[in-house]
Design a protein around this ligand. Sequence first.
Ligand code: GLU
Ligand code: MG
Length: 445
Amino acid sequence: MAKDALPDTTDIRSVRFVYGDPSGVIRAKGTTGSQFAGKIHEGIGLTQAQNAVNLFEDLVHVDGMEPVGEVRIVPDVSTYTELPWLDRTASVICDLRQIDGSEWGGCTRTVLKRAIASAAQAGIEVFAAFENEFYVAEGTRENPVPFGDASCYSTAGLDRNSAMMNDMIDNLEAQGYIVEQAINEYGPGQLEIVIKYDEALKAADNQLKFRDTIRGTAEVQHGLMASFSPKPYADGVGSGTHLHFSLWSGKNNLLFNKDNPREISELGGHFIAGLLEHLPGLVALTCPSYVSYERLAPHAWAGSTIAWGYDNRECTVRVASSFRGREEQSINIELKASDSSANPHLALAGVIAAGLDGIARKLTPPAPAKHDPVLLSDEEKIASNVRPLPSSQLEALENLERDTVLMDALGDLMGRCVLATRRAENAKAEQNGLEWARAATFTVY
Ligand code: GLU
Ligand code: MG
């Protein structure tokens, strides 16, 4: 929808004012179609404390996010779409703003806007795509039963989920998204659907709409649960949400190396080096939940070490080979240490801040890993500077707290909020055990 065009809400009964909270949950308050126009400027009221509620629905104490003091949920009308799996219902992505309309430090979308502005100052426009894997299941979240199990990429698996996948594609396309891939993935009942990349802010907004669309289509139209948990089954492969991105200046892809199209540009190398340097804390934003660390194991194509490589699916940072005939257009970097328990705005803001730091300091990456990093010889590991990823949520949070580049990118209030809400999540999960946490995260959106 064009930036200033107002949607026709005459037939709409419910308009959701959607925002992604710092704990990764997609939340909304709403109004009716007839009231929508009047709420665009003033927004809908929300207690500041709501952003200190973590994914287990516990209100955590964060100074500046107490149940005293309000913010406004203010829509970005350009993101308005009708939700095809529901009757006369629409949603619009929102900023959380102060009552006078100024920026609020507790708004995840504002954090990403700041990171995008820093990139623009460095002459860089970031494009990105979140590539979601998810499971569909019957039963309950304590005892989910995989739906449509079949071999990886098998046509049988596609048959079993064809009706639902077609509905998912219809519902995404009806909202204006270009669906590029829809596949039957490795795990029992695991699928992957990919929509086309977009400018960074839109890509993160799209990720909220995407998760809502997949969940809603599975649940409302097919009576199934869709799980975006990074590790929904103890014995099954995890679900990644690989974060693909490219860096542009006008029509030039700054990752493209004109002299050697098979290798990353010098600037791309700096960005990768920044990512690798900050990964120990960055994963607290891109793989932020307690169960995230169950997924980041060797030989699961999720990445378990800090390493990069060309088309190396065991590296956390993979340079994805370009496509013949559109080499410059298609070369991109993939962060595999990324999952859907993340708030996409915070995850992408962290990636941008880390990469820009690499560019500002002209960091050079180590040698790309030519094999699975955990199988490299000791010498090769040193040359590729292979280091372990944090093995737990707490370790990642400690690294994040020490990382001044990432903490600055979050800002004071958001930084404290992420640390406090995630640490409370960790304490509760530790108290109740991994299987409790897995079930509690199975259908958290
Ligand atoms: N399921 C893997 C992950 O957790 C990714 C598999 C793939 O490369 O498609 O990231
Ligand atoms: Mg996949």
